[in-house]
Design a protein. Structure first.
Lengths: 220, 243
């Protein structure tokens, strides 16, 4: 049997790969949602003038961005059970991806918040608003609008990075491809299929990001 | 208590830059005070201290008898009594004109949506922009935006209004509309501190004019006296330059 590209094999395994792609999307969507929430909280802490908030937030970002995601995934899956926390595959994958993404999203929020002119906060304060009211009603709504493209890019990055959780045997897209490989001894076909399906997810998203960026430039 | 604002021996520096060296000033209720001075003389800094947008390094500032830099003062409540209008308008760009006006009254004062909208529409009518209530700031001219900004401050029913070169960023033909509104406010008895280079406004509306330079108030008098008979050399130079 040929070890090269086999269209017949691709057709056969496509449903299996699509099931993997579905898991990849689930993982990514949940992790993006949680990561955005974490990033919002950590990002707001990061720009705070209170040391008790900004120091832990900076540390969080430093650690999560300064260590490989692969190591983080393994710590959550293999390490945490050692201290009595056994989450299982999918929750471990989601936790690791969310925590990691949260660090990057925090930096995005920080930049977004800082991009809003100081005059906005001064106007809020002069009207008697508190720091929290200014953040919630004036700064964040504007910041979110500005960072939408960056958040979209983070989504794309996470789709690709989620392939790393294949090491803890979550049967997402890459893992599915590898399973086919071990069964058929043909690597070329399933991996090409895998790459193609990643593209099918990332390309439409990058179109959306490009659109958001264009709109943002027009509004600026 | 007759003074709305008492500024007593206030000092303020940014690093080595001593912007306010020793400034004392009182403003009575209903008084309109115009602040003149060359660029960088600390005019903005001084009025920004009055609602604590800046910290101070010494001295005391009292608003309606309350020390606003005291750690026990409720700064948010105090700020609702002091409206401020900026050179760059600083409207909230993601909100309609109406929402710009109702945000603080509803969130800070807990006014109902209906009540705050009624007040807002009445104020917009006063500044001639009632028909633009649903517009976004970027859809308005600079002059219109500044009138909205004034209305937004007034929606909090302040006792004092601070104006920091509010016409400096406007095209010449839009200046008049904004000054008219300020004049109306003054005639309505509002206590006002106005940093401006509009000498016509100062002559016509101000009760008192102060001239700042080098971190001090170096001259202070009725507008007529200051313009026609300035005592200080630097005041003379400044007036010669801008008149
Ligand atoms: N936030 C700041 N940080 C450092 N220096 C400042 C700041 N704000 C104002 N200054 C300086 O203080 C001086 C007075 O500024 P300002 O009060 O804006 O003057 P004016 O309004 O009379 O032009 C200027 O030299 C200015 O550069
Ligand atoms: Mg100024």
């Amino acid at each position: 049997m040929s070890l090269g590209f086999r269209p017949d094999l691709l057709v056969d395994i496509l449903p299996e790969l699509l099931r993997g792609a579905r898991i990849t999307l689930e993982l990514t969507i949940i992790s993006v949602a949680l990561g955005t929430l974490i990033g919002l909280v950590v990002g707001v802490c990061r720009v705070s003038h209170l040391k008790i908030l900004n120091v832990p937030a900076a540390l969080y970002v430093e650690v999560l961005r300064g260590t490989p995601l692969l190591v983080q995934v393994m710590i959550v899956y293999y390490g945490l059970p050692g201290v009595g926390i056994n989450l299982g595959q999918m929750p471990s994958g989601i936790l690791a991806l969310s925590l990691n993404s949260g660090a990057y999203v925090a930096e995005i929020f920080k930049a977004g918040i800082k991009s809003i002119k100081k005059g906005q906060t001064e106007a809020s304060f002069s009207l008697g608003m508190t720091y929290g009211q200014n953040m919630r009603y004036v700064i964040l709504p504007q910041a979110v609008r500005n960072i939408l493209p960056a958040l979209g890019n983070e989504f794309i990055a996470l789709i690709k990075d989620s392939s790393l959780v294949s090491v803890i045997a979550i049967e997402e897209l890459l893992r599915r491809g590898m399973i086919v490989y071990s069964r058929t001894y043909n690597a070329w076909t399933p991996l090409l299929g895998v790459a193609m399906l990643y593209l099918c997810m990332t390309v439409p998203l990058s179109r959306v990001v490009a659109y958001l960026e264009r709109r943002w430039e027009i509004n600026d | 208590m007759t003074n709305m604002i008492d500024i007593i021996n206030v000092k303020k520096s940014f690093g080595d830059n001593h912007v306010l060296r020793d400034v004392s000033l009182s403003v009575r209720k209903g008084e309109v005070l115009v602040i003149l001075g060359p660029s960088g003389s600390g005019k903005s800094t001084l009025i920004r201290c009055i609602n604590r947008l800046e910290s101070i390094d010494g001295g005391t500032i009292m608003v309606e008898g309350e020390d606003i830099y005291s750690p026990t003062s409720d700064i948010h409540k105090l700020r609702t009594k002091v409206g401020m209008v900026f050179q760059q308008f600083n409207l909230f760009p993601h909100m309609t004109v109406l929402d710009n006006l109702t945000l603080a009254p509803t969130k800070v004062k807990g006014e109902s949506k209906e009540a705050s909208e009624r007040t807002a529409l009445a104020l917009l009518e006063k500044v001639g922009l009632k028909d633009r209530a649903g517009a976004y700031p970027h859809e308005l001219s600079g002059g219109q935006q500044q009138r909205v900004a004034i209305a937004r401050s007034l929606a909090m029913h302040p006792d004092i209004m601070l104006f920091d070169e509010v016409t400096s960023a406007l095209d010449p033909e839009l200046v008049k509309g904004v000054l008219e509104i300020m004049k109306d406010l003054a005639q309505g008895g509002m206590t006002m501190l106005v940093v401006t280079h509009e000498m016509g406004f100062a002559k016509e509306v101000a009760d008192r004019v102060i001239f700042m330079d080098g971190g001090y108030i170096i001259e202070e008098s009725a507008p007529k006296d200051l313009f026609e008979n300035p005592q200080n050399e630097r005041t003379k130079e400044f007036l010669a330059m801008i008149l």
